[in-house]
Design a protein around this ligand. Structure first.
Ligand code: NAD
Ligand code: IPM
Ligand code: MN
Length: 356
């Protein structure tokens, strides 16, 4: 029995997870009996019900899971209080608990959605980048402190810390992904300023010999941010540390037309974690208009990476492509100013209807 832990979370999370589960059940058909789905609390909803963003009951379920599907966490209601009692702390605690150090964020533009991108069509076209973000280290998890100087002036400190082995294991994922794609690996750092980046670059250089078929280049993060919007089609696989990857992947998302489209897979040695890259979208929560495709595509990645079900994963991806490209359906985030749009449920229904 495959155990899938569902974590709807906050804001639009419950709606988009419900959509993805409907698609999963439809694609699994008779194989559904091999899967067990269970819902658990995380984020703001968990704080409201238990006082903690990642309750023990959820941790136990995560440790017994084969795969995890998350909606999103967070919202203005919980943007108060100490860092460790915020919804985001539940998400970070879960990533650390699962040890999912490699976060794969594929960014692929649909040709019919080029108009939804703020970039000129000739710049946004043909984008197909795999961003691999280190997910369990760096400044997110380094030593931190808030205190005050003798004068009484407050200060705060966060530390970007990486060991060689933390860098090596995620960079290896980068090389391996590149081998299966266009064989170009871009390692992004800030080696002109940061020691953690200089170590990162040394580790990448030391691994090149093991992957002679992959071309490697190093790009500084500020320059990469610029190149992503001037020549995005030139990137194949990008591998970078946690914070840089967080920022660059949101930037890359706009190339596709909407952040609501982008899925992710977070992988380590054990259960994989699958989540759209966007947040809980408090501005549209409860309206039934969220784009469910990023979560539906995350469920496809789950079938591929956690259960080796390439065929079912491809069927979901093809149905999404058909609905967006051929049928021309748009949720509000994808629709032009005066264009009609469909609801979360209607988009989900259409994907299910086109599962071949
Ligand atoms: P966000 O990604 O939630 O929203 C940014 C913009 O994109 C909003 O205008 C939103 O309406 C839109 N958007 C996002 N997803 C969409 C979808 N599926 N369909 C249509 N439109 C969509 O980012 P934010 O507003 O900066 O953050 C809101 C909250 O979410 C914060 O509390 C933040 O910490 C949290 N967050 C959580 C995750 C996560 O759980 N993985 C990721 C990012 C942000
Ligand atoms: C993401 C989010 C999270 C992150 C937040 C909500 C902690 O922005 O998944 O990209 O920074 O990793
Ligand atoms: Mn982010």
């Amino acid at each position: 029995m495959h155990k899938i832990v569902l974590l709807p979370g906050d804001g639009i999370g419950p709606d988009i997870v419900a959509s993805a589960v409907r698609v999963l059940r439809a694609v699994l058909k008779e194989k559904e009996s091999q899967f067990m789905f269970s819902h658990h609390l995380i984020g703001g909803t968990a704080i409201d019900q238990t006082g903690l963003p990642l309750p023990d009951e959820t941790k136990d379920a995560l440790l017994a899971a084969d795969a995890v599907l998350l909606g999103a966490v967070g919202g203005p209601k919980w943007d108060v209080g100490p860092g460790h009692l915020r919804p985001e702390a539940g998400l970070l605690g879960m990533r650390k608990l699962l040890g999912v150090y490699a976060n794969l964020r594929p960014v692929k533009a649909y040709s019919k959605l080029l108009g939804a991108s703020p970039l000129r069509q000739e710049v946004a076209k043909d984008v197909d980048v795999m961003i691999i973000r280190e997910l369990t280290g760096g400044i997110y998890f380094g030593e931190r402190e808030r205190s005050a100087l003798a004068s009484g002036e407050k200060y705060a400190k966060d530390t970007m810390y990486y060991t060689e082995s933390e860098i090596r294991r995620v960079v290896k994922k980068g090389f391996e992904a590149a081998q299966l794609r266009r064989k170009q690996l871009t390692s992004v750092d800030k080696a002109n300023v940061l020691d953690s980046s200089r170590l990162w670059r040394e580790v990448v250089e030391s691994m090149k010999g093991d992957f002679p078929d992959v071309t490697v280049n190093h790009v500084l993060v500020d320059s990469c941010a610029m190149h992503l919007v001037t020549r995005p089609h030139t990137f194949d696989v990008i591998v970078t540390e946690n914070l840089f990857g967080d920022i660059l992947s949101d930037e890359a998302a706009v190339l596709t037309g909407s952040i609501g489209l982008l899925p992710s897979a977070s992988l380590g040695e054990g259960a994989g974690l699958y989540e759209p890259i966007h947040g809980s979208a408090p501005d549209i929560a409860g309206l039934g208009i969220a784009n469910p495709l990023g979560t539906i595509l995350s469920a496809a990645l789950m079938l591929r990476y956690s259960f080796g079900m390439d065929e079912e994963a491809a069927r979901i991806e093809q149905a999404v492509e058909y609905v967006v490209q051929e049928e021309g359906l748009r949720t509000k985030d994808l629709a032009g100013k005066d264009e009609p749009f469909v609801t979360t449920t209607q988009m989900t229904d259409a994907v299910i209807a086109h599962l071949i």
